[in-house]
Design a protein around this ligand. Sequence first.
Ligand code: 4AD
Ligand code: MG
Length: 461
Amino acid sequence: MLTIKTLLTQLSIHQEATIHGWVKNKRGSKNVIFVTLQDGSCFSPLQVVIDPTQFKENLCKQITVGASLRITGKIVASPGGEQQKELSATHITILGHAPSDYPLQPKRHTLAFMRTIQHLRLRTNTFSAVFRVRHALSYAIHTFFHQKGFLWIHTPIITSVDAEGAGEVFGITSKEKEGNFFGKKVALTVSGQLPGEAAALSLGKIYTFGPTFRAENSNTPRHLAEFWMVEPEIAFYTLKENIALAIDMIKYCLRHALTHCKEEMAFLEKRMMYENKQKGQSTTRPLREHLTAIVSKDFTHITYTDAIALLKEVHTKAPQHFPDGIVPWGEDLQTTHERYLTKHFDGGVVVTNYPKGIKAFYMRQNDDGKSVAAMDILLPDVGEIVGGSQREERLDLLKAAITHMGLDLKELAWYLDTRRFGTVPHSGFGLGFERLVLLVTGMDNIRDVIPFPRTPNHAMC
Ligand code: 4AD
Ligand code: MG
């Protein structure tokens, strides 16, 4: 079946072609009708020219915005249009009608409105661009790891382990077995890391890339209850090598989108500038320039302790930056603090060596006895995009941390085996895939970069 992409890029003027698609727009007069048709094969639509005198009047009336058509015609040169080619129709079949209550009539719609029609919003330019970029970024991630010799491991979605130990899990029950199908309590996974570690400690370099679930009641533009995470895990890696890998991967993805999604990126940049202008923020850097700046600059490395000291110093001189003040050493940085750091250093920031009390049990304890070999990567606009660490490979310290955090040693016996039998230093991280898509597309809300978002009180289809 011929697609619009093939027609536009490979066919020549005067050739005959049959294409299928949905009507995006229709305009014209008694003498000529112009229809823009899209089929999803590329970002650009195809313009079809119809001479109404050659068709039944009733058929022309049924060509409405949202309807689906099969059109045969001749490819002709487009006079003065944005494209070089258009199709002059000779045969038209209406495949599916779209009555006048079709919600995506050609006018500007708000993103909030489009969230109420998630099943249709993919037909708009904005969402077509966003999801093409999302695809390109998934492809870039797989390519990046494949080229480096990593294996993609599919870790379980149903699990009995709360890897982050934060208690933010969605439990699963089965009606048939009175909720006890597995003979124990299970939930949707919050992270593929722990089974990922077992795989890395056998296969060397692995990554997971799949859906993860968190029942945190965070109704923010950066949180989803179901999101996709990329989690590499590497045997023999130290924290330093882990950080270098994460930065390399982020930069690879940004470069990939800039090189391979030119049309989409140009559109998203224009969209973002329009939105910013509406909000009175016309001074922000154009999207592509912004991403190029992140790629070309070294990320700043700072320890958690130094970050707190820096924020305190700023707060003393300019308290207006932090209306809620600065957290004391030992507490997690707040979004305002993270944002400030990326602005202050004008680019990516890696914060290391967090207090052990605010991080998960599996992180490697530092010699100071207070902090762990953790790292978070913060990026402008999106804040925390990566969380990772060197893992605790010493059995006794790991057991102590598990017990201290109130987790069940027996439930984690299989995990402890990886430390009992040939333990080695190893590291890994998790990148929130939607936060990467947010950054690259310049969208504001995480609900607009996953096709069907799940958030508190929202789970359409
Ligand atoms: O920092 P987190 O919780 O780390 C882990 O889950 C580790 N097990 C990862 C690892 O070391 N293998 O989550 C990792 C990233 C965050 O930095 C953030 O980008 C994203 O996942 N994330 C979310 N994204 C969207 N919605 C949420 N509710 C998210 N929670 C975390
Ligand atoms: Mg985190």
